[in-house]
Ligand binder design. Structure first.
Ligand code: DGY
Length: 334
C-alpha cells in the first residue's frame, strides 16, 4: 500500500495546543521552538520545500521568502487578523491563498482598547507606580486627577468589527460616539450603537478620546502625524490598538511632551518591540503595553484553531475557511 507523504509545514512559533495538535497530527511539521521569532535567515531556510507556512505577524512574508519556499508552497496562514506582514499582491500574483483569523478576536481586542482608554484617563498605571515608589502619603484632593470617561466624546477611526465593538462598550458609558471609515456604513451598523459618521478632521477636533482601529495601509501610515495631533483637544487621549505605524511616534512624543494632547495609550508601537530607551517611556502621560489586545486564553485558542484550519485546508488543496485573497480561486476554484 502506498502512502501519500504528509505535507511539510513550518509553524513559526509555538501556538496554543487547540490548533497545534491538528497540525502535528496531519503534517510533517517543524515548529520554531524559541520564544523569540526566527531570524530572517533562519526563517528563509526553515520554509524551504514547505507545502504550508503558519506565520505570525512578526514574520515578513515577501517575494524573497516565497521564492525560498519554492513552487510547491500551497498556503500561508497568518496567526492574526491583520496581514500587513504579508505581501498579499505578491501571493495573489502567484495564486497562493493567504488565511487570517477574523472575528474571533474582535471582542477581546475591544476589551483591551477600552481598558487602555480607561487606564489612561484615570491614570491607573501612573497610580500604581506612585504607590510602589512609596509616594502615597495621604488622600489628596488634587492627586492624579483625570478626565471622566462617562459622557465624553469618543472618536473611532476605522469602523469595522473591532471599531464597532469599541462603540458598544462606549455606549454603556454614555459616551457620544463619532466614527470615520473609508467605506460608507449602513445605518443598521451605526444606529444601534448611536454612532455618527463624521469626517476625519471633525473627529479629531471634537473627540475627548480617539481610538484607532484601522488597518495599516499606505494611506493610513502616519495618519496621526504632527499636524493631526495639533487639531486635537489639549485634554484629548489617543488610544492605538491597530498597528504602530498608523501613528508617527516622534510626532506623538513631541505632542505629549509639549502638552498638545494629554495622553496616549498604545498596544502597538513602531518598531515593535518598543526599545526600553524610547523617549515615550519617559512620559507619565504615555501608557504602553506589548501588543496584547487579543491575548486572552480563549481567543488565542480560537485563533490557533482558525490558523490551523486555514493551513490544513491549504495543504490539502481545499478552499481556506477565511482567505484574505479569495480572488486566487477565480470563478471555478475549490
Ligand atoms: C492581529 O490579529 O492582527 C493582532 O494584532 C494580534 O492578535
Amino acid at each position: 500500500m502506498s502512502h501519500r507523504p504528509r505535507p511539510r509545514v513550518f509553524v513559526s512559533r509555538r501556538i496554543p495546543d487547540e490548533g497545534l495538535r491538528d497540525v502535528l497530527e496531519a503534517c510533517e511539521a517543524t515548529v520554531w521552538p524559541e520564544e523569540l521569532p526566527p531570524s530572517r535567515d533562519a526563517l528563509l531556510s526553515a520554509v524551504e520545500g514547505c507545502d504550508g507556512i503558519l506565520a505570525l505577524l512578526t514574520d515578513r512574508v515577501d517575494a524573497e521568502l516565497l521564492d525560498r519556499a519554492g513552487p510547491q508552497l500551497k498556503v500561508v496562514s497568518n496567526f492574526a487578523v491583520g496581514f500587513d506582514n504579508i505581501d498579499i499582491p505578491e501571493c495573489t500574483r502567484r495564486g497562493l491563498p493567504v488565511g487570517n483569523t477574523p472575528g474571533v478576536l474582535t471582542e477581546t481586542t475591544a476589551d483591551l482598547a477600552f481598558a487602555l482608554l480607561m487606564a489612561a484617563a484615570r491614570r491607573v498605571a501612573e497610580g500604581d507606580r506612585y504607590v510602589r515608589a512609596g509616594r502615597w502619603k495621604t488622600w489628596g484632593p488634587l492627586l492624579l486627577l483625570g478626565p471622566d470617561v462617562h459622557g465624553a466624546t469618543l472618536g473611532i477611526v476605522g469602523f469595522g468589527r473591532i471599531g464597532q465593538a469599541m462603540a458598544r462598550r462606549a455606549r454603556g458609558f454614555g459616551m457620544t460616539i463619532l466614527y470615520h471609515d473609508v467605506s460608507e456604513l449602513p445605518l443598521e451598523v451605526s444606529e444601534p450603537v448611536g454612532a455618527t459618521a463624521v469626517g476625519l478632521d471633525e473627529l479629531f477636533e471634537r473627540s475627548d478620546f480617539v481610538s484607532l482601529h484601522t488597518t495599516l495601509t499606505a494611506e493610513t501610515r502616519h495618519l496621526v502625524n504632527a499636524a493631526r495631533l495639533r487639531t486635537m483637544k489639549p485634554t484629548a487621549i489617543l488610544v492605538n490598538t491597530s498597528r504602530g505605524p498608523v501613528v508617527d511616534q516622534v510626532a506623538l512624543y513631541e505632542a505629549l511632551r509639549d502638552r498638545v494632547i494629554a495622553g496616549a495609550a498604545l498596544d502597538v508601537t513602531d518598531p515593535e518591540p518598543m526599545l526600553p530607551d524610547d523617549p515615550l517611556l519617559t512620559l507619565d502621560g504615555c501608557l504602553v503595553v506589548p501588543h496584547i489586545a487579543s491575548a486572552s486564553r480563549a481567543t488565542r485558542a480560537k485563533m490557533a484553531e482558525m490558523a490551523a484550519a486555514n493551513l490544513l485546508a491549504g495543504v490539502r488543496g481545499e478552499r481556506l475557511p477565511t482567505p484574505v485573497n479569495p480572488e486566487v480561486y477565480g470563478a471555478a476554484g475549490p
